[in-house]
Design a protein around this ligand. Sequence first.
Ligand SMILES: Nc1ncnc2c1ncn2[C@@H]1O[C@H](COP(=O)(O)OP(=O)(O)OP(=O)(O)O)[C@@H](O)[C@H]1O
Ligand SMILES: [Mg+2]
Length: 308
Amino acid sequence: MPIPGRSGPFPGGRTARPDGSGRYAGERIWLGWPPIRGRAAHEEGIPVFSRTADSSDPEQTHSVSDPDPAVRLDGVTKVYGQGAGAVHALRGVSMEFRRGGFTAVMGPSGSGKSTFLHCAAGLDRPTTGQVRLAGQDLAALTPNELTVLRRQRIGFVFQAFNLLPSLTVEQNITLPLRLAGRRADKAWLAEIVERTGLGERVRHLPTQLSGGQQQRVAIARALVTRPEVVFADEPTGALDSTTGTEVLRLLRHVVDGMGQTVIMVTHDPVAASYADQVYFLADGAFAEVLDGPTPERVAERMTLLGRR
Ligand SMILES: Nc1ncnc2c1ncn2[C@@H]1O[C@H](COP(=O)(O)OP(=O)(O)OP(=O)(O)O)[C@@H](O)[C@H]1O
Ligand SMILES: [Mg+2]
């Protein structure tokens, strides 16, 4: 299927060879599949190999997209403002994210990661292009339908947390359930609270918490409804490495144990190594994909991208 705006493979989709094997020349296989629950492959000493997009490789020009991806963007652009002051935050991004996958999105500051995440989650409308979430074209929904879809199927961890200051930690976490008229699954709520280390803070207000604790409340809130797709904008940005590791294992767990889809923006190569693959953005466009990421390989790609 031809992909608007680019000649390489559709990241996240299968890339078909002319013989239909679904594998292309030079592709290396991640021997660690399926991933170990709640741990990054490199933590287990599993050999991992990388694949980077190379649009000059003729073997990669035939793309077969996933027939039922969790999220798919086709030629998405986003322009803020108008005229001479217009900012082209996204310049024709086409990506897809398979169900039950954990993808990290990386790129230099200002490369469009948050804009991409907001458009993919239906929090913001693209200027042009299409976003499909669970097969649904978001542009075809009324504002109310979009709100219901977001409430029922999406969890979002904002870069700036967005907690409600007048609600306690527990009330903030369970807010999406109350809005959807659903009861809390007490065992799952207890597990999330424990794994985010918030057990002794459930009756506190956000203003009484550190930045890292607020971030953990935002993560717990995004997971409480067990949404099909969890979008997280730098979810470990304010966390120390121990707490960050616990949060990343929790995200890995909702993918491996519950089949949820996680799309996580991060600047941290170690955080990215918990994902199955990393998509890199540069200057509002898709740049490349790295499968079976290790911190070293991710850091290497980031350095090269920064030099472009
Ligand atoms: N509301 C807005 N109005 C105008 N420009 C915006 C707006 N939001 C983002 N931008 C611009 O769009 C571009 C992409 O911003 P975005 O926040 O998506 O980047 P990012 O990759 O998430 O960066 P960071 O790593 O710093 O969070 C930047 O140049 C930014 O200044
Ligand atoms: Mg951002």
